[in-house]
Design a protein around this ligand. Sequence first.
Ligand code: SF4
Ligand code: SF4
Length: 377
Amino acid sequence: MIYRKFGNTGEMISALGFGCMRFPEYEKDGKKFVDIEKTDEMIAEAYKLGVNYFDSAPYYCNKNSEAALGHGVKAFRDKILLSTKFPGEGAEQPGMYRRRLETSLANLDTDHVDFYHFWGISRKYFDEVMIPCGLLEEARKAKEEGLIRHISFSFHDEPSAIKHIIDGSEERGVPMESMLVQYNLLDRSNEEMLTYAQSKGLGTVAMGPVGGGRLSAPTELYAKLTGGASIPTYELAFKFVLGNPDLNCALSGMQTLDMVKQNAALASKAEGFSKEEWEKLGSAMEDLKKFSELYCTGCKYCQPCPAGIEIPAIFNMYTYHNVYGLTGHAQHMFDEYVKKGGKLHADCKNCGFCEKKCPQHLQIRELLQKVEAVFNK
Ligand code: SF4
Ligand code: SF4
Protein backbone atom coordinates (compact mmCIF):
# COMPACT_ATOMS: atom_id res chain seq x y z
CA MET A 1 0.00 0.00 0.00
CA ILE A 2 1.19 3.49 -0.81
CA TYR A 3 0.85 6.03 2.01
CA ARG A 4 0.74 9.78 1.63
CA LYS A 5 1.21 12.70 3.96
CA PHE A 6 -2.31 13.78 4.91
CA GLY A 7 -1.98 17.56 4.75
CA ASN A 8 -0.74 19.01 8.04
CA THR A 9 -2.72 16.57 10.17
CA GLY A 10 0.43 14.67 11.11
CA GLU A 11 -1.11 11.45 9.72
CA MET A 12 0.05 9.23 6.88
CA ILE A 13 -3.01 8.04 4.95
CA SER A 14 -3.33 5.01 2.69
CA ALA A 15 -3.86 5.86 -0.98
CA LEU A 16 -6.99 3.71 -0.83
CA GLY A 17 -9.69 4.56 1.70
CA PHE A 18 -12.62 2.32 2.57
CA GLY A 19 -15.93 4.09 1.87
CA CYS A 20 -18.47 2.33 4.11
CA MET A 21 -21.65 3.18 2.20
CA ARG A 22 -22.09 -0.07 0.30
CA PHE A 23 -21.56 -2.84 2.81
CA PRO A 24 -23.27 -6.09 1.80
CA GLU A 25 -26.83 -6.22 3.16
CA TYR A 26 -29.65 -8.70 3.59
CA GLU A 27 -33.37 -8.27 4.17
CA LYS A 28 -35.43 -9.69 7.01
CA ASP A 29 -39.08 -8.91 7.81
CA GLY A 30 -38.97 -6.02 5.34
CA LYS A 31 -35.95 -4.44 7.04
CA LYS A 32 -32.39 -4.22 5.77
CA PHE A 33 -29.38 -5.25 7.82
CA VAL A 34 -25.65 -5.22 7.15
CA ASP A 35 -24.18 -8.69 6.70
CA ILE A 36 -21.73 -8.49 9.60
CA GLU A 37 -19.83 -11.65 8.77
CA LYS A 38 -19.02 -10.55 5.23
CA THR A 39 -18.34 -6.98 6.31
CA ASP A 40 -15.96 -8.03 9.08
CA GLU A 41 -14.06 -10.13 6.54
CA MET A 42 -13.80 -7.25 4.07
CA ILE A 43 -12.67 -4.77 6.70
CA ALA A 44 -10.07 -7.18 8.11
CA GLU A 45 -8.74 -7.87 4.61
CA ALA A 46 -8.53 -4.15 3.82
CA TYR A 47 -6.62 -3.58 7.05
CA LYS A 48 -4.31 -6.50 6.30
CA LEU A 49 -3.62 -5.02 2.85
CA GLY A 50 -2.71 -1.67 4.38
CA VAL A 51 -5.89 0.42 4.23
CA ASN A 52 -5.89 2.73 7.25
CA TYR A 53 -8.74 5.18 6.47
CA PHE A 54 -12.35 4.06 6.97
CA ASP A 55 -15.12 6.53 6.21
CA SER A 56 -18.72 6.14 7.36
CA ALA A 57 -21.75 8.37 7.98
CA PRO A 58 -24.87 8.05 10.12
CA TYR A 59 -27.26 7.38 7.23
CA TYR A 60 -25.19 4.96 5.19
CA CYS A 61 -26.55 1.41 4.78
CA ASN A 62 -29.94 2.19 6.31
CA LYS A 63 -28.21 3.77 9.32
CA ASN A 64 -26.26 0.58 10.07
CA SER A 65 -22.88 1.48 8.59
CA GLU A 66 -21.27 3.08 11.64
CA ALA A 67 -22.11 0.16 13.92
CA ALA A 68 -20.90 -2.36 11.34
CA LEU A 69 -17.67 -0.44 10.89
CA GLY A 70 -17.11 -0.17 14.64
CA HIS A 71 -17.59 -3.93 14.92
CA GLY A 72 -15.22 -4.65 12.03
CA VAL A 73 -12.31 -2.54 13.28
CA LYS A 74 -12.62 -3.40 16.98
CA ALA A 75 -9.43 -5.50 17.09
CA PHE A 76 -7.27 -2.81 15.46
CA ARG A 77 -9.14 0.40 16.25
CA ASP A 78 -6.03 2.24 17.42
CA LYS A 79 -4.10 1.42 14.26
CA ILE A 80 -6.53 3.06 11.85
CA LEU A 81 -8.23 6.39 11.16
CA LEU A 82 -12.01 6.47 11.64
CA SER A 83 -14.03 9.09 9.81
CA THR A 84 -17.71 9.90 10.07
CA LYS A 85 -20.01 12.86 9.52
CA PHE A 86 -22.33 15.35 11.16
CA PRO A 87 -25.65 15.55 9.29
CA GLY A 88 -26.51 19.22 9.04
CA GLU A 89 -30.30 19.27 9.11
CA GLY A 90 -31.85 20.47 12.36
CA ALA A 91 -28.45 21.74 13.51
CA GLU A 92 -30.10 24.95 14.73
CA GLN A 93 -31.37 23.11 17.79
CA PRO A 94 -29.06 23.68 20.75
CA GLY A 95 -26.80 20.74 21.56
CA MET A 96 -27.46 18.92 18.29
CA TYR A 97 -23.80 18.78 17.26
CA ARG A 98 -22.79 17.13 20.51
CA ARG A 99 -25.76 14.73 20.56
CA ARG A 100 -25.07 13.53 17.04
CA LEU A 101 -21.37 13.15 17.73
CA GLU A 102 -22.12 11.11 20.85
CA THR A 103 -24.49 8.89 18.87
CA SER A 104 -21.79 8.28 16.27
CA LEU A 105 -19.23 7.48 18.97
CA ALA A 106 -21.65 4.98 20.50
CA ASN A 107 -22.41 3.41 17.10
CA LEU A 108 -18.73 3.15 16.25
CA ASP A 109 -18.02 1.83 19.74
CA THR A 110 -15.08 4.17 20.20
CA ASP A 111 -14.17 7.09 22.44
CA HIS A 112 -13.01 9.32 19.60
CA VAL A 113 -13.44 9.91 15.89
CA ASP A 114 -10.28 10.76 13.98
CA PHE A 115 -11.97 12.86 11.29
CA TYR A 116 -15.41 14.35 11.95
CA HIS A 117 -16.91 15.95 8.86
CA PHE A 118 -19.47 18.66 8.45
CA TRP A 119 -21.44 16.65 5.92
CA GLY A 120 -22.18 17.83 2.38
CA ILE A 121 -22.03 21.52 3.22
CA SER A 122 -22.46 24.49 0.90
CA ARG A 123 -21.52 28.15 1.08
CA LYS A 124 -25.10 28.96 2.14
CA TYR A 125 -25.06 26.37 4.92
CA PHE A 126 -21.68 27.60 6.13
CA ASP A 127 -22.83 31.24 6.24
CA GLU A 128 -26.40 30.76 7.42
CA VAL A 129 -26.20 27.77 9.74
CA MET A 130 -22.68 26.81 10.74
CA ILE A 131 -21.49 30.29 11.69
CA PRO A 132 -24.63 31.72 13.39
CA CYS A 133 -25.31 28.45 15.24
CA GLY A 134 -21.74 28.27 16.54
CA LEU A 135 -21.04 24.86 15.02
CA LEU A 136 -17.36 25.63 14.43
CA GLU A 137 -17.10 26.47 18.11
CA GLU A 138 -18.82 23.19 19.00
CA ALA A 139 -16.28 21.35 16.85
CA ARG A 140 -13.39 23.14 18.52
CA LYS A 141 -14.73 22.15 21.97
CA ALA A 142 -15.18 18.53 20.94
CA LYS A 143 -11.62 18.51 19.65
CA GLU A 144 -10.27 19.99 22.88
CA GLU A 145 -12.07 17.29 24.81
CA GLY A 146 -10.51 14.62 22.60
CA LEU A 147 -13.81 13.40 21.15
CA ILE A 148 -12.62 14.25 17.67
CA ARG A 149 -9.03 14.56 16.51
CA HIS A 150 -9.48 16.53 13.30
CA ILE A 151 -12.17 18.85 11.92
CA SER A 152 -13.19 18.14 8.34
CA PHE A 153 -15.88 18.78 5.77
CA SER A 154 -17.46 17.18 2.78
CA PHE A 155 -19.02 19.28 0.20
CA HIS A 156 -21.71 19.78 -2.46
CA ASP A 157 -21.61 23.19 -4.10
CA GLU A 158 -19.75 25.25 -6.66
CA PRO A 159 -15.98 24.67 -6.35
CA SER A 160 -15.34 28.31 -5.30
CA ALA A 161 -17.32 27.62 -2.11
CA ILE A 162 -14.48 25.35 -0.99
CA LYS A 163 -12.17 28.35 -0.71
CA HIS A 164 -14.89 30.27 1.11
CA ILE A 165 -15.26 27.48 3.67
CA ILE A 166 -11.50 26.92 4.13
CA ASP A 167 -10.77 30.64 4.52
CA GLY A 168 -13.87 31.34 6.63
CA SER A 169 -12.99 28.59 9.12
CA GLU A 170 -9.39 29.69 9.35
CA GLU A 171 -10.39 33.33 9.97
CA ARG A 172 -12.55 32.18 12.86
CA GLY A 173 -9.67 30.29 14.43
CA VAL A 174 -11.08 26.80 13.74
CA PRO A 175 -9.33 25.71 10.55
CA MET A 176 -10.54 22.77 8.53
CA GLU A 177 -7.97 19.97 8.54
CA SER A 178 -9.19 17.74 5.74
CA MET A 179 -11.84 17.66 3.07
CA LEU A 180 -13.73 15.03 1.16
CA VAL A 181 -14.85 16.00 -2.34
CA GLN A 182 -16.15 14.54 -5.54
CA TYR A 183 -13.26 14.03 -7.92
CA ASN A 184 -12.83 11.53 -10.70
CA LEU A 185 -12.13 11.16 -14.35
CA LEU A 186 -15.59 12.40 -15.26
CA ASP A 187 -15.78 15.27 -12.84
CA ARG A 188 -12.65 17.37 -12.39
CA SER A 189 -14.44 20.54 -11.35
CA ASN A 190 -12.83 20.50 -7.90
CA GLU A 191 -9.29 20.03 -9.19
CA GLU A 192 -8.18 23.61 -8.66
CA MET A 193 -9.61 23.57 -5.16
CA LEU A 194 -7.68 20.39 -4.33
CA THR A 195 -4.53 22.35 -5.06
CA TYR A 196 -5.77 25.22 -2.90
CA ALA A 197 -6.67 22.89 -0.04
CA GLN A 198 -3.23 21.29 -0.12
CA SER A 199 -1.58 24.72 -0.12
CA LYS A 200 -3.55 25.52 3.05
CA GLY A 201 -2.41 22.31 4.73
CA LEU A 202 -5.66 20.32 4.41
CA GLY A 203 -5.61 16.61 3.74
CA THR A 204 -7.64 15.70 0.64
CA VAL A 205 -9.84 12.69 -0.03
CA ALA A 206 -11.77 11.97 -3.23
CA MET A 207 -15.11 10.19 -3.17
CA GLY A 208 -16.35 8.06 -6.04
CA PRO A 209 -13.00 7.78 -7.85
CA VAL A 210 -13.77 4.43 -9.48
CA GLY A 211 -17.49 4.69 -10.03
CA GLY A 212 -18.23 2.86 -6.80
CA GLY A 213 -16.04 -0.01 -7.95
CA ARG A 214 -18.51 -1.09 -10.60
CA LEU A 215 -16.23 -0.65 -13.58
CA SER A 216 -14.22 -3.76 -13.99
CA ALA A 217 -14.69 -4.52 -17.67
CA PRO A 218 -11.77 -3.71 -19.94
CA THR A 219 -12.52 -1.12 -22.57
CA GLU A 220 -10.62 0.80 -25.15
CA LEU A 221 -11.10 4.09 -23.34
CA TYR A 222 -7.47 4.61 -22.34
CA ALA A 223 -6.22 3.63 -25.78
CA LYS A 224 -8.79 5.93 -27.36
CA LEU A 225 -7.72 8.80 -25.15
CA THR A 226 -3.96 8.46 -25.32
CA GLY A 227 -3.13 6.27 -28.26
CA GLY A 228 -1.32 3.93 -25.82
CA ALA A 229 -2.03 0.27 -25.10
CA SER A 230 -5.42 -0.37 -23.53
CA ILE A 231 -5.82 -0.75 -19.76
CA PRO A 232 -9.06 -1.56 -17.92
CA THR A 233 -11.26 1.48 -17.38
CA TYR A 234 -11.40 0.58 -13.74
CA GLU A 235 -7.64 0.85 -13.42
CA LEU A 236 -7.59 3.99 -15.50
CA ALA A 237 -10.12 5.69 -13.22
CA PHE A 238 -8.13 4.83 -10.13
CA LYS A 239 -4.76 5.78 -11.54
CA PHE A 240 -6.14 9.04 -12.79
CA VAL A 241 -7.30 10.12 -9.34
CA LEU A 242 -4.16 8.93 -7.58
CA GLY A 243 -2.03 10.54 -10.29
CA ASN A 244 -3.02 13.94 -8.94
CA PRO A 245 -0.28 14.97 -6.50
CA ASP A 246 -2.77 17.17 -4.61
CA LEU A 247 -4.98 14.22 -3.76
CA ASN A 248 -4.04 12.08 -0.78
CA CYS A 249 -6.60 9.29 -0.72
CA ALA A 250 -9.15 7.75 -3.07
CA LEU A 251 -12.21 6.51 -1.23
CA SER A 252 -13.93 3.52 -2.74
CA GLY A 253 -17.32 2.17 -1.66
CA MET A 254 -16.36 -1.49 -1.67
CA GLN A 255 -19.04 -4.17 -1.74
CA THR A 256 -17.15 -7.44 -1.96
CA LEU A 257 -13.94 -9.06 -0.80
CA ASP A 258 -12.72 -9.24 -4.38
CA MET A 259 -13.22 -5.53 -4.79
CA VAL A 260 -11.14 -4.90 -1.66
CA LYS A 261 -8.31 -7.03 -3.03
CA GLN A 262 -8.48 -5.49 -6.49
CA ASN A 263 -8.51 -1.90 -5.21
CA ALA A 264 -5.76 -2.55 -2.69
CA ALA A 265 -3.59 -4.05 -5.43
CA LEU A 266 -4.06 -0.95 -7.57
CA ALA A 267 -3.28 1.39 -4.68
CA SER A 268 -0.14 -0.59 -3.88
CA LYS A 269 1.49 -0.32 -7.29
CA ALA A 270 4.50 1.91 -7.03
CA GLU A 271 4.19 3.03 -10.61
CA GLY A 272 1.34 5.46 -11.19
CA PHE A 273 1.04 7.81 -14.10
CA SER A 274 3.94 10.11 -14.82
CA LYS A 275 3.07 13.80 -14.66
CA GLU A 276 3.27 13.91 -18.44
CA GLU A 277 0.94 10.92 -18.87
CA TRP A 278 -1.46 12.36 -16.32
CA GLU A 279 -1.58 15.72 -18.08
CA LYS A 280 -2.06 14.08 -21.47
CA LEU A 281 -4.86 12.00 -20.14
CA GLY A 282 -6.35 15.05 -18.45
CA SER A 283 -6.59 16.99 -21.66
CA ALA A 284 -8.03 13.99 -23.47
CA MET A 285 -10.62 13.75 -20.73
CA GLU A 286 -11.86 17.21 -21.63
CA ASP A 287 -13.43 15.47 -24.60
CA LEU A 288 -15.59 13.53 -22.23
CA LYS A 289 -17.02 16.66 -20.65
CA LYS A 290 -19.91 16.57 -23.06
CA PHE A 291 -21.19 13.63 -21.07
CA SER A 292 -21.11 15.43 -17.76
CA GLU A 293 -24.67 16.71 -18.12
CA LEU A 294 -25.51 13.22 -17.03
CA TYR A 295 -22.94 12.71 -14.40
CA CYS A 296 -24.86 10.80 -11.75
CA THR A 297 -22.81 9.79 -8.71
CA GLY A 298 -25.27 7.08 -7.64
CA CYS A 299 -25.81 8.85 -4.29
CA LYS A 300 -29.54 7.93 -4.34
CA TYR A 301 -30.67 11.19 -2.75
CA CYS A 302 -33.36 11.24 -5.47
CA GLN A 303 -34.81 8.03 -4.05
CA PRO A 304 -37.36 6.84 -3.24
CA CYS A 305 -39.18 8.19 -6.26
CA PRO A 306 -42.94 8.01 -5.59
CA ALA A 307 -43.43 6.49 -9.03
CA GLY A 308 -40.83 3.81 -8.28
CA ILE A 309 -38.45 4.92 -11.02
CA GLU A 310 -34.95 3.69 -10.20
CA ILE A 311 -33.26 6.82 -11.43
CA PRO A 312 -29.62 6.08 -10.40
CA ALA A 313 -29.84 2.58 -11.88
CA ILE A 314 -31.11 3.92 -15.22
CA PHE A 315 -28.46 6.65 -15.33
CA ASN A 316 -25.78 4.12 -14.47
CA MET A 317 -26.76 2.09 -17.52
CA TYR A 318 -26.38 5.19 -19.64
CA THR A 319 -22.89 5.83 -18.26
CA TYR A 320 -21.88 2.29 -19.15
CA HIS A 321 -23.02 2.93 -22.68
CA ASN A 322 -22.12 6.53 -23.29
CA VAL A 323 -18.89 6.99 -21.40
CA TYR A 324 -17.33 3.58 -21.09
CA GLY A 325 -18.49 2.14 -24.37
CA LEU A 326 -20.08 -0.94 -22.78
CA THR A 327 -23.17 -0.60 -24.92
CA GLY A 328 -24.14 -4.28 -25.13
CA HIS A 329 -23.91 -4.64 -21.37
CA ALA A 330 -25.88 -1.43 -20.82
CA GLN A 331 -28.64 -2.49 -23.22
CA HIS A 332 -28.89 -5.87 -21.50
CA MET A 333 -29.24 -4.17 -18.10
CA PHE A 334 -31.96 -1.89 -19.45
CA ASP A 335 -33.87 -4.75 -21.08
CA GLU A 336 -33.72 -6.73 -17.84
CA TYR A 337 -34.94 -3.72 -15.88
CA VAL A 338 -37.93 -3.30 -18.18
CA LYS A 339 -38.65 -7.05 -18.21
CA LYS A 340 -38.84 -7.05 -14.41
CA GLY A 341 -41.45 -4.29 -14.52
CA GLY A 342 -39.03 -1.44 -13.72
CA LYS A 343 -40.72 1.95 -13.86
CA LEU A 344 -39.84 4.48 -16.54
CA HIS A 345 -40.37 8.13 -17.40
CA ALA A 346 -43.92 7.36 -18.56
CA ASP A 347 -44.77 6.56 -14.91
CA CYS A 348 -43.40 9.88 -13.60
CA LYS A 349 -45.86 11.86 -11.46
CA ASN A 350 -43.99 15.11 -12.04
CA CYS A 351 -43.64 15.77 -8.33
CA GLY A 352 -40.16 17.29 -8.75
CA PHE A 353 -38.80 15.59 -5.61
CA CYS A 354 -35.82 14.04 -7.40
CA GLU A 355 -34.61 17.28 -8.98
CA LYS A 356 -34.90 19.14 -5.69
CA LYS A 357 -32.77 16.50 -3.98
CA CYS A 358 -30.09 15.92 -6.63
CA PRO A 359 -26.75 17.41 -5.50
CA GLN A 360 -25.57 17.30 -9.13
CA HIS A 361 -28.55 19.49 -10.14
CA LEU A 362 -29.50 17.08 -12.89
CA GLN A 363 -32.65 17.77 -14.93
CA ILE A 364 -33.72 14.26 -14.13
CA ARG A 365 -37.07 14.12 -15.94
CA GLU A 366 -35.61 15.42 -19.17
CA LEU A 367 -32.59 13.12 -18.89
CA LEU A 368 -34.76 10.07 -18.26
CA GLN A 369 -36.47 10.69 -21.58
CA LYS A 370 -33.15 11.11 -23.32
CA VAL A 371 -31.70 7.93 -21.86
CA GLU A 372 -34.80 5.86 -22.60
CA ALA A 373 -34.80 7.08 -26.19
CA VAL A 374 -31.26 5.69 -26.56
CA PHE A 375 -32.19 2.26 -25.21
CA ASN A 376 -35.58 2.07 -26.94
CA LYS A 377 -34.15 2.64 -30.41
S1 SF4 B 1 -40.49 13.96 -10.65
FE1 SF4 B 1 -40.96 11.93 -11.48
S2 SF4 B 1 -39.01 10.89 -11.47
FE2 SF4 B 1 -38.80 12.64 -10.09
S3 SF4 B 1 -39.32 11.84 -8.05
FE3 SF4 B 1 -41.21 12.68 -8.92
S4 SF4 B 1 -42.19 10.94 -9.89
FE4 SF4 B 1 -40.07 10.35 -9.56
S1 SF4 C 1 -29.65 12.41 -6.65
FE1 SF4 C 1 -28.79 12.91 -8.68
S2 SF4 C 1 -26.64 12.22 -8.58
FE2 SF4 C 1 -27.73 11.26 -6.87
S3 SF4 C 1 -28.41 9.28 -7.68
FE3 SF4 C 1 -30.09 10.69 -8.02
S4 SF4 C 1 -29.77 11.48 -10.10
FE4 SF4 C 1 -27.84 10.54 -9.45
